[in-house]
Design a protein around this ligand. Structure first.
Ligand code: MN
Length: 183
């Protein structure tokens, strides 16, 4: 087995910012300031929400914030394996902050989610919303409209595996409304 090195990981991470989450360069400086002030706040005070977040296991780097056009609330993506002609598989980790979720979307080649910590929801269109928690493995069938994200009060760490990337990775659609999210 070959362990990916930091350089490959960084390359994969930047690739994913473009491929999976899109570019969000417009707000880079603002986001950096917000992150910095959040970190300062965490060292000085500890509200209940921050405590919940810090309880989650961060196996991988937090990654880059997903763009508002594809996500409601905050989601951070760290690419781990960039797709290539040999493996035709994309792997990465998304951390959804409490309340954060993806838009509706499809994966032409399907998707597998492995939850490594926290609590979240996923829903395939036409089926009930389901809870996803640490240890859950979830299959999203090819071309089925679905969304996934954190619960209202607890974030979620979600590793994604997207196979068959020669068919495409993701097609983004409209946001998940509050009424669908809370149903
Ligand atoms: Mn998905």
């Amino acid at each position: 087995m070959k362990k990916i090195n930091l350089r490959n990981s960084l390359l994969a991470s930047s690739l994913f910012s473009v491929l999976l989450l899109g570019s969000c360069k417009e707000n880079t400086s603002t986001e950096t300031e917000e992150v910095a002030s959040e970190e300062t706040a965490q060292t000085e005070t500890s509200t209940s929400e921050e405590s919940k977040e810090s309880e989650l296991d961060f196996i991988f780097p937090k990654g880059d914030k997903g763009p508002e056009k594809n996500f409601t609330g905050n989601a951070f993506n760290a690419g781990l394996v960039a797709p290539d002609p040999t493996y035709t598989t994309a792997v990465g980790n998304v951390y959804f902050e409490p309340g954060g979720r993806s838009n509706w979307h499809t994966h032409p080649g399907g998707q597998i989610l492995i939850i490594t910590d926290g609590k979240g929801y996923h829903q395939i269109e036409g089926q009930p919303k389901e809870i996803m928690e640490k240890g859950d493995v979830i299959k999203c069938p090819p071309n089925k409209r679905h969304w996934h994200g954190a619960s209202e009060d607890t974030g979620v760490q979600q590793m994604y595996i997207v196979p068959n990337t020669e068919k495409g990775i993701v097609e983004w659609m409209e946001a998940v409304t509050d009424s669908v999210y809370t149903k």
